[in-house]
Design a protein around this ligand. Structure first.
Ligand code: ADP
Length: 260
């Protein structure tokens, strides 16, 4: 049945973009933005032209993760021109308004801003646009999932049970709107001791694997809890760029190879 006759909005292509990948998580703080930025860099290292859209309107982190700030320039035809660092084009609510101001916005203003971020950015011939989604399954997530032609979604979880239970809501949402789930990414899955390289599975070792099997979706990779990942975020340079050959970066690269 055509989407229109079911009362659903028609899904549109984002201008200037070939493939759209959503990176989502059920709750905040699980490492979704860190995964988004490192996957973007990893895809670029595999020869792709990549952009990153920060759709986390109330907690934008991409500007900080890419060491970018300032307002975007506007093109002659009124489009937002992405800010670029390390060869990756980015756009974020963080460039347009301070998050303190955004939290008092009414729903209508949020939806208008979202439309602008989705359809009025002058992306330059991207092979992939990685979308850092807001956490959870609210209005913004549904709007994006229903309005945009999406090629696949990645779901980031931590091994703790609570995050896993919530992840199921994300799986259900993407299934409802017919977005293929490419797989689960387990972040902070284990701790690698910087002194002796011993791996400790602090939260247990197979929570995400079991969850992935239960829902019949692949577990694409597990990223260790590592202080370099965190300190590089503070530096504004993703670990995939600063330490491309380290054991910390290899999961991002392997995940990216699997989703190409
Ligand atoms: P989210 O986007 O889900 O809110 P972030 O990507 O902002 O989460 O990550 C939350 C915090 O955890 C940040 O300080 C980030 O640097 C840190 N972090 C994320 N992944 C890791 C990791 N694998 N190892 C260590 N710190 C991490």
């Amino acid at each position: 049945v055509p989407r229109m006759s079911r009362g659903l909005p028609i899904k549109k292509k984002i201008p200037g973009v070939d493939k759209v990948l959503l990176v989502s998580s059920a709750k905040g703080g699980v490492g979704k933005s860190t995964v988004s930025s490192n996957i973007a860099v990893a895809l670029q290292s595999l020869g792709k032209n990549v952009g990153l859209l920060d759709a986390d309107l109330f907690g934008p982190s991409i500007p900080k993760l890419f060491g970018l700030s300032g307002e975007p320039r506007i093109s002659d035809d009124g489009k937002l021109i992405p800010l670029m660092n390390y060869g990756i084009e980015t756009m974020s609510m963080g460039y347009l308004i301070s998050p303190e101001n955004a939290v008092v916005w009414r729903g209508l203003m949020v939806m208008k801003a979202l439309q602008q971020l989705l359809f009025e950015v002058q992306w330059n011939n991207l092979d992939y646009l990685v979308v850092d989604m807001p956490p959870g399954t609210g209005d913004t997530q549904l709007t994006i999932s229903q309005q945009i032609k999406v090629d696949g979604a990645l779901i980031v979880t931590t091994p703790q049970d609570i995050a896993l239970i919530d992840a199921v809501k994300g799986i259900t949402m993407f299934n409802k709107v017919n977005i293929p789930i490419l797989g689960l990414i387990q972040n902070m899955s284990h701790y690698i001791c910087p002194n002796c390289n011993h791996e400790s599975f602090i939260f247990g070792s197979d929570g995400a694997r079991k969850e992935a099997e239960k829902h019949n979706i692949p577990l694409l990779g597990s990223i260790p809890l590592n202080e370099i990942i965190c300190s590089q975020s503070d530096e504004g340079k993703p670990v995939m760029l600063s330490h491309p050959d380290s054991a910390v970066s290899s999961p991002y690269l392997n995940i990216s190879k699997r989703i190409l």
